[in-house]
Each structure stands twice: as structure tokens, then as C-alpha cells.
Design a protein around this ligand. Structure first.
Ligand code: G3H
Ligand code: 13P
Ligand code: ZN
Length: 333
């Protein structure tokens, strides 16, 4: 058993309390490889933003669970090397789907876990979440739970349709489980195709899809039921059209990719939403940069020459999110 405290990591408790009070949100960025991790840490260190490093089950399978955990430990030292004297870094399991997986991550040094029982019947979600909370709290590890279903398909996270969180259930759920934060469904979804074209309108000038607004009325009702309780938004990539266009003009094919407009995320960040999950935007930044090098320099075969520009682009993206969307810059000085 390794405690996250020995690794210089923190849990989400104080971080979320400050964010809810201060009207900003903490970025939760997924990573699967060294370049993503370097970019996240560089962007956070340069902006002095608290940050949540997220590891999904898919990432553990792709990169090896042990290696990822040591990379996260290294990230704390890297942050200090970059001049961030007191880094506030959370190591979080994204979409944990079993008690055993959560327990294993806690034993490996994670400071926070998500138990995603959102696809289970209500009572089973309560029972599973409660069991994880009981174990996690013994080690001062914080737990994110989920109520309501997000649509969207990714490697490990898939659902055909979304069901908004029912505000009438949240008090009972939070009281019974003792979870530290709650992921809700208000219209966001995973991946780069968050809305079907028929759910959107089209901008007559650009021909681009304009998505429908998030269900802020549901968020408001939840906030009323749980004043000051930390709320989490998954599926919050904006799918920047600059990246989609670069990808599509450099041999890629992402027709009608669409995300959550940034002004809606800005509005959410000012509310009780204090954790905003972003993965797809980083994938798009990386893919756009790599495709550009492949098209413009077909003779290039040194991975550093295409992963380097991809990493630079991700630093730009993460800093933009921190400063212009979530407002978390300067909150971990
Ligand atoms: O919510 C899902 C995250 O984007 C992780 O995706 O399961 O493909 O690693 P993944
Ligand atoms: P995106 O696919 O919108 O980036 O969402 C990521 C996420 O919710 C990770 O849990
Ligand atoms: Zn998610």
C-alpha cells in the first residue's frame, strides 16, 4: 500500500471547496502517454492551476497501470522542476467500474477515484458507491460518483442515449453514499460527436453545426437541493473546429464533429460545477499537429519531430482551457 500523500499528491476535498466558493472549475485532463502528461504539467505549472490527472481503465490497459502511476509520481517532481513550488496535483481514476479496480488504484497511490455506477439500477449504484466510499475514506481518498447517463461512445464508456440526472434523487444518493462529488448528466457526452446533426442548427455562414444548449435548469435544481456540493461535468470537450478543419484537410475524416461551446462551460464553471473533464480536445490537438507534420514533411520519421509539435499544441490548448474557460489559473500558487 502506497499513500498518495507520500507521492506529493492531494485529494480533491479542499480543492473543490475552494473552487465552488471561488466560482471556477478544476481541469480534469486524461492522459495515456508521456507527451500528454508533460503538456498537462507544463500548462498547470505555468498558470499555477490546480489540476486533476485522470487515468481511465482504457489508459491503464494501453500504457500499463504501474508505469502510469510512476509517471504521475514523476509529474509532481517535474512540476517542481518547472518552478511550481507547491503543486496541487490529484491522481484520479476515471470511470472506475468496480470496487476491486477502485481499491487497487487506492493501494497504488491514487488520491481520488470515480466509481461509475450510472448504468446500474439506482439501488445498486447506491450500494456500490457506498462500498467504495467506505474503503476510500479510510485512506482519505475522495470519491466521485455518477447519477444520470451520458450518451456517447469511447473505448470503455458507452451509452446509446443520455438520461438527465433527476434532481429529486440527488439528496438521497449523496446522503446514502457519502460520496465527495457527483457527476451529473445535463446534455454533455463523451467523444467528438456530442450531438447528432438533427439535434443542431447550422450556421448559415460557415455551414458548421450549432449545438443545442445544456440543461442549465436541471443544474440549477440540483444546486438548490445540494447547496455548495461539488458537481462534476464529464464529456466537456469543445471540439475546436480549427483542429477538426486541420484534420479534415490533412487526410483525416471527422465529418460533423461537434462539442460543447466554451461559453456554456464558462457559465457552468461559475456554478457548483467544480470539475470539468476534457479528453477529446487533447486527442484532436495531438492528431491535428501530427497530421500536419506528416503532410508537410513526408520525409520525417523521427517521432520527436511530430510528437514535439503535438505536445506544444496541447500545452497551448490546456492553458487556454485553464485561463479562458475554467478560470483556475493562479489558484494554486
Ligand atoms: O470518459 C472517457 C475518457 O475520455 C476516457 O476514454 O476510455 O477511451 O480512455 P477512454
Ligand atoms: P470528452 O470526450 O468530452 O473530452 O470527455 C472526457 C471525459 O468525460 C472523461 O471522463
Ligand atoms: Zn467521462
Amino acid at each position: 500500500m502506497v499513500s498518495y500523500k507520500e507521492l506529493g499528491l492531494v485529494n480533491t476535498r479542499a480543492m473543490f471547496a475552494k473552487a465552488v466558493k471561488g466560482g471556477y472549475a478544476i481541469p480534469a485532463f486524461n492522459f495515456n502517454n508521456m507527451e500528454q502528461l508533460q503538456a498537462i504539467i507544463k500548462a498547470s505549472a505555468e498558470t499555477k492551476s490546480p489540476v486533476i490527472l485522470q487515468i481511465s481503465k482504457g489508459a491503464r490497459n494501453y500504457a500499463n497501470q504501474t508505469l502510469l502511476r510512476y509517471m504521475a509520481e514523476g509529474a509532481v517532481q517535474y512540476a517542481k522542476e518547472l518552478g511550481w513550488r507547491r503543486p496541487q496535483i490529484v491522481l484520479h481514476l476515471d470511470h472506475g467500474d468496480s470496487y476491486e479496480l477502485c481499491k487497487n488504484c487506492i493501494q497504488m497511490g491514487f488520491s481520488s477515484v470515480m466509481i461509475d455506477g450510472s448504468s446500474l439500477p439506482y439501488d445498486e449504484n447506491v450500494a456500490l458507491t457506498k462500498k467504495v466510499v467506505r474503503y476510500a475514506h479510510r485512506y482519505d481518498v475522495t470519491v466521485e460518483a455518477e447519477l444520470g447517463v451520458l450518451a456517447g461512445v469511447e473505448d470503455e464508456v458507452s451509452a446509446e442515449e443520455s438520461h438527465y440526472t433527476k434532481p429529486e434523487e440527488v439528496i438521497d444518493f449523496v446522503t446514502k453514499t457519502g460520496c465527495d462529488s457527483l457527476a451529473i448528466s445535463i446534455g454533455t457526452s463523451h467523444g467528438a460527436y456530442k450531438f447528432k446533426p438533427e439535434q443542431c442548427t447550422r450556421d448559415p455562414k460557415t455551414g458548421k453545426l450549432v449545438p443545442p444548449p445544456l440543461a442549465f435548469d436541471v443544474l440549477k435544481q440540483i444546486e438548490k437541493k445540494l447547496p455548495g456540493f461539488p458537481i462534476v461535468l464529464h464529456g466537456s470537450s469543445s471540439v475546436p473546429q480549427e483542429y477538426v478543419d486541420i484534420i479534415n484537410t490533412h487526410g483525416g475524416k471527422l465529418p460533423d464533429a461537434v462539442g460543447i461551446p466554451e461559453e456554456q462551460l464558462r457559465k457552468a464553471a461559475k456554478s457548483a460545477v467544480c470539475k470539468i473533464n476534457i479528453d477529446s480536445d487533447s486527442r484532436l490537438a495531438m492528431t491535428a499537429a501530427v497530421r500536419k507534420v506528416f503532410v508537410e514533411k513526408p520525409g520525417e520519421f523521427d517521432p520527436r519531430k511530430y510528437l514535439g509539435p503535438a505536445r506544444d499544441e496541447m500545452v497551448k490548448l490546456y492553458k487556454h482551457k485553464i485561463i479562458n474557460v475554467l478560470g483556475s489559473d493562479g489558484k494554486a500558487k
